[in-house]
Design a protein around this ligand. Structure first.
Ligand SMILES: Cc1cc2nc3c(=O)[nH]c(=O)nc-3n(C[C@H](O)[C@H](O)[C@H](O)COP(=O)(O)OP(=O)(O)OC[C@H]3O[C@@H](n4cnc5c(N)ncnc54)[C@H](O)[C@@H]3O)c2cc1C
Length: 435
């Protein structure tokens, strides 16, 4: 283990990944600063659209080590599993934890608890601080209102629209700017309804569940319009149902509103209530990050900035787990650049593979991949990896899991492809006339 303290760690972005990184690395730097572009009020607000997140055992281990888990787990809801919708797989896979103690948590609550811990540790967060430029050669970043800030290590944890990634793409000598960026996946519209009456019975699971997710694919009345409604009922911090609608670019917002009414109209008390909730909602895009490398000189991208995508809840966990993986390499490797390279060559490669899988999942191009692995699993030749929910297993470690997945998918593909060949050989043999 290295004992030498380095001078300065600058973290861009105070999301969960940035704050976890600050708390994990605090012993190893004389000075750590977090730069956050939002105002303090905006950053800590408990309103806005949030879904519950489920922390995996690997994340929980890290959150315990940095002393925040108790606070985070105090606000929780029962987690009862994830249904992977039929549209992609033509069948439903249900993942539910077999372990006790798996709960959903609110992102904003987790942010607040991490923030309190960061402040307790005396790590400063500079709000309204935007990174304008990074001098990758001399390890200095230019920050609005602060001027030049030198660093030994800079972690870009500034989310899916990362400015650090943008600046890295411009400065990188080995990759073209176009190789970095975002790929459009789908549009979304999010809004919230008060959890009352029929709506509550249907989506908050009545008194049975503290949380529920319901996936509604194309409505029976509108079979050709491709969209999906995901609802989440949860009683914390307010009694409400969060609704997220994923829709293709062909379904515009006015049309989406009609489709929404056609589905939710039956559960609400009045059309006015639905209209008011809809008006207060907001629209966005699901995008997939492209980053052919996560580092340049002393700068590393972490979390959504490096590998963000439309997720099923795995993103926050991958972000936290990847900070842990980088830390393990960092304390073993005396040379910082060697640590960054090792991380990128190993964990980075695996995360890029995962992001590729997620992209295919979002574009509904994984039917063969999933069907063949299911088939092989039934023959006892592989493990079952429906959409890689293995991240929820105890003892999950990213690289060994991805290695096992890659091996299993190769085996499964080979098996699935060999069947038609064997059948062909059989037909040819059967048709051969005996001499
Ligand atoms: C508002 C929001 C709500 C979410 N809600 C949920 C949810 O309910 N459930 C769920 O499972 N997942 C949710 N996610 C996704 C999940 O939280 C992310 O996958 C996870 O937060 C990734 O963590 P991160 O720290 O890498 O990035 P983020 O959480 O995106 O954090 C990045 C931070 O960097 C700041 N930032 C951005 N650009 C700059 C810049 N140039 N300079 C300085 N600071 C910058 C941002 O303001 C933000 O605070 C949400 C994400 C966001 C942004």
């Amino acid at each position: 283990m290295t004992t030498k303290k380095r001078a300065s760690l600058v973290i861009i972005g105070s999301g969960p990944v940035g704050m976890v990184a600050a708390l994990i690395f605090k012993e190893h730097f004389e000075k750590i600063i977090l730069l956050e572009r939002q105002s303090k009020e905006g950053f800590l607000q408990t309103h806005g659209f949030t879904f519950p997140i489920v922390f995996t055992p690997a994340s929980i281990k890290i959150l315990k080590n940095i002393g925040v888990w108790e606070g985070i787990s105090s606000q929780r809801s029962e987690f009862f599993g994830v249904v992977v919708h039929k549209r992609i797989f033509r069948k439903e896979f249900e993942f539910s934890s077999s372990q006790k103690g798996v709960y959903s948590h609110w992102r904003n609550h987790a942010i607040t608890k991490l923030y309190e811990r960061v402040i307790e540790e005396g790590i400063p967060i500079y709000f309204n601080a935007r990174v304008e430029d990074i001098d990758f050669k001399n390890s200095v970043c230019k920050v609005s209102d602060m001027g030049d800030v030198p660093f030994d290590l800079l972690l870009g944890a500034d989310g899916i629209n990362s400015q650090t990634r943008r600046l890295m793409s411009k400065a990188h000598p080995d990759f073209d700017e176009n190789e970095f960026g975002l790929t459009f996946l789908d549009n979304w519209y999010a809004y919230r309804l008060p959890s009352k009456g029929a709506l509550r019975e249907k989506f908050a699971g009545g008194d049975r569940f503290w949380a529920s997710n319901v996936f509604v694919d194309n409505l029976a009345d509108h079979p050709s319009e491709k969209f999906r409604i995901v609802t989440t009922g949860m009683r914390q911090p307010m009694e409400e149902i969060s609704i997220l609608i994923k829709h293709s670019a062909e379904v515009d917002l006015p049309r989406l509103k009609v489709l929404n009414e056609s589905y939710f109209g039956q559960f609400v008390e009045s059309k006015q209530q639905l209209d008011a909730a809809w008006e207060a909602g907001y629209a966005g895009r699901f995008e997939q990050v492209r980053a052919p490398t996560f580092y340049l000189n002393n700068v590393l991208l972490l979390g959504d900035a490096a590998h963000g995508f439309e997720s099923t809840g795995d993103l926050i966990n991958l972000g936290i787990a990847s900070v842990g993986s980088f830390y393990d390499i960092f304390i073993r490797q005396l040379d910082l650049n060697a640590a960054l390279k090792e991380y990128d060559d190993t964990v980075g490669e695996d995360l890029r593979f995962y992001a590729g899988f997620s992209y295919r999942r979002s574009k509904e191009k994984i039917s063969f991949e999933v069907a063949s692995i299911e088939f092989a699993a039934r023959l006892g030749l592989t493990k079952r990896h429906p959409t890689l929910f293995g991240i929820y297993e105890d003892g999950f470690e990213f690289s060994s899991y991805m290695k096992a997945y890659k091996q299993d998918i190769h085996k499964a593909r080979l098996l699935a492809l060999s069947i038609p060949i064997l059948l062909l050989i059989l037909i040819v043999l059967l048709q051969m006339k005996p001499l």
